[in-house]
Design a protein around this ligand. Structure first.
Ligand SMILES: Nc1ncnc2c1ncn2[C@@H]1O[C@H](COP(=O)(O)OP(=O)(O)OP(=O)(O)O)[C@@H](O)[C@H]1O
Length: 266
């Protein structure tokens, strides 16, 4: 199995701050990873490295077999599907949903005068059906709910048939129903053997879709634990990651966590 991402002793510094500290990490083709950690742990920084938008201060990052610093990142980027809040902000609100998706094949945001062929349109339609939003094709992006926008972004990220799919906090800002819809869509993708290697960033174990295989837990830029979810996701590692005693449960493929009650003083 080929590695799609490989980090070797990766550190990112900005001034006196260490954003990511000595991270070793390998993602293989058939793996679906969740990166868990509190605010400021370095999750988005890891995604920026993986999506070639940032280079490490030291260490080596390989993306799809090419080492950052020795490759033209503009050749790599079309092979990477990415969703993030920063990217979503750049989608024109007046753009029709089907155009938001189809325009990914040219790597542009905001359709202008490009001509797309029938294959592109068919592929975009297929993805809207697969992600469950075919009925929204004619709507403009600005009129969608937050949950609908997240799904459009995932369809757009898949449009290029990426070799790796990077989802930075796709459930942020969703209500309970929106989160549950998204988790089930991501679960369906996770179980599909044709789906690319996937990395999902989240703050919440409740957002881990069934079918995800691996977890990396980060705190203050360092890896607390990483590996198969069934091995690495436990109360001790989760408590160390979030810096408080947490109780963890796992039922019907879903995870839940809560703070352990403080003992009453006698
Ligand atoms: N240019 C910078 N200079 C100094 N510190 C920075 C810079 N960019 C990010 N940081 C800090 O690095 C840390 C990691 O940031 P990052 O965005 O990767 O965390 P995160 O885990 O994604 O957080 P969140 O869950 O809040 O989105 C944060 O403490 C952030 O304030």
């Amino acid at each position: 199995m080929a590695a799609v991402l490989e980090f070797r002793d990766v550190t990112v510094r900005r001034g006196q701050s260490v954003l990511v500290d000595g991270v070793d990490w390998v993602v293989e083709e058939d793996e679906r990873w969740v990166i868990l950690g509190p605010n400021g742990a370095g999750k988005t920084t890891i995604m920026q490295l993986a999506s070639t938008q940032m280079h490490p201060t030291s260490g080596e990052v390989e993306v799809l077999g090419s080492q950052l610093g020795r490759v033209d990142v503009f050749e790599l980027r079309p092979r990477i599907g990415l969703t993030s809040a920063a990217l979503a902000e750049r989608i024109p609100r007046s753009e029709q949903v089907r155009d938001v998706v189809v325009s990914a094949s040219y790597g542009v945001l905001g359709r202008w005068r490009e001509e797309y062929d029938d294959l592109d349109h068919d592929r975009a339609h297929e993805l809207l059906v697969e992600i469950g939003i075919a009925h929204l094709g004619d709507r403009t992006f600005g009129t969608l709910s937050e949950g609908e926008r997240k799904r459009v972004q995932i369809a757009r990220a898949l449009m290029v048939d990426p070799e790796v799919l990077l989802l930075d906090e796709p459930a942020a800002g969703l209500d309970l129903g929106g989160r549950e819809d998204l988790v089930s869509t991501l679960s369906m993708l996770a179980y599909d053997p044709d789906s690319p290697a996937t990395v999902l960033v989240s703050h919440h174990v409740e957002e881990i879709p069934p079918g995800f295989t691996h977890v990396m837990m980060l705190r203050e830029g360092r890896v607390v634990a990483a590996g198969l979810i069934d091995d690495a996701l436990n109360e001790a590692n989760l408590s160390a990651t979030f810096g408080m005693p947490l109780a963890l449960s796992h039922e019907d493929g879903r995870w839940a966590a809560r703070r352990k009650p403080r003992r009453a003083r006698i």
